[in-house]
Ligand binder design. Structure first.
Ligand code: DC
Length: 223
């Protein structure tokens, strides 16, 4: 059976950085499920489909294909065969993904893809409902979080480094709204799985978090 490490948590907790780094160190595949929701959201935005129109979103789904491929160990994601790995990182698309990921048909569409990837290879999968719903039998489950202020500051630094001039107060408001949407939706909300280890990274740096998760996995005899 493949080894599965599930990392869930709110936006900006550092899940993708940690999961990507750890996957590389362990020789595992990194599966970014947020990218899948972002890819569907990009389609809705590009095609002018109102994000609050559940019926229109459902009707659009059969025309959308989401495919994952790995090039040099990096995940690339394809929307109807177009590589959209860069485009989906836009803030607008993240917010659209948050707004549409509560629709049951949207989640259903991505579930099989996520489970298939996890069955095929040793992987670290990050998202919101991986430990609690997608991979209930994952050998290691981590709930990664940090305070809103810490997450906003990290995001601020990231954008500033790219030459953008973000407003900290706007980022904080955005993160608070995403938390609210992701945690309070009816279907597969962000929750800590009962058997997940809670890790608050507000006062930890990236290598410390990676080492801690590796230690947890070794303690469980998974590695
Ligand atoms: O992790 P991210 O910011 O790329 O995720 C974008 C949105 O997708 C997030 O706000 C909620 C949704 N999402 C989800 O509902 N379930 C997942 N497993 C991953 C992401």
């Amino acid at each position: 059976m493949a080894i599965n490490i599930a990392i869930d948590g709110p936006a900006g907790a550092g899940k993708s950085t940690i999961a990507k780094g750890l996957a590389k160190r362990l020789g595992f595949v990194y599966v970014d499920t947020g990218a899948m929701y972002r890819t569907l959201a990009l389609y809705f935005v590009e095609n002018g489909i109102a994000l609050d129109d559940e019926a229109a979103i459902e009707a659009a789904l059969p025309a959308v294909s989401v495919r994952i491929a790995y090039q040099d160990g990096t995940q690339h994601i394809f929307l109807n065969d177009r590589d959209v790995s860069g485009e989906i990182r836009r803030e607008e698309i993240g917010n659209a993904a948050s707004a549409t990921s509560g629709y049951p048909e949207v989640r259903k569409k991505l579930l099989a893809l996520q489970r298939d990837l996890a069955a095929e290879s040793d992987c670290i999968m990050d998202g919101r409902d991986i430990g609690s719903f997608v991979l209930p039998d994952a050998q290691v489950k981590i709930y990664l979080t940090a305070s809103v202020a810490t997450r906003a500051k990290r995001r601020f630094d990231e954008l500033a480094e790219k030459g953008e001039s973000p407003k900290l107060s706007e980022i904080e408001a955005d993160i608070t709204k995403r938390d609210e949407q992701d945690m309070n939706r009816a279907v597969s909300p962000l929750v800590q799985a009962e058997d997940a280890v809670y890790l608050d990274t507000s006062a930890m740096d990236i290598p410390e978090v990676m080492a801690e998760i590796e230690r947890i996995a070794r303690d469980k005899g998974v590695l």
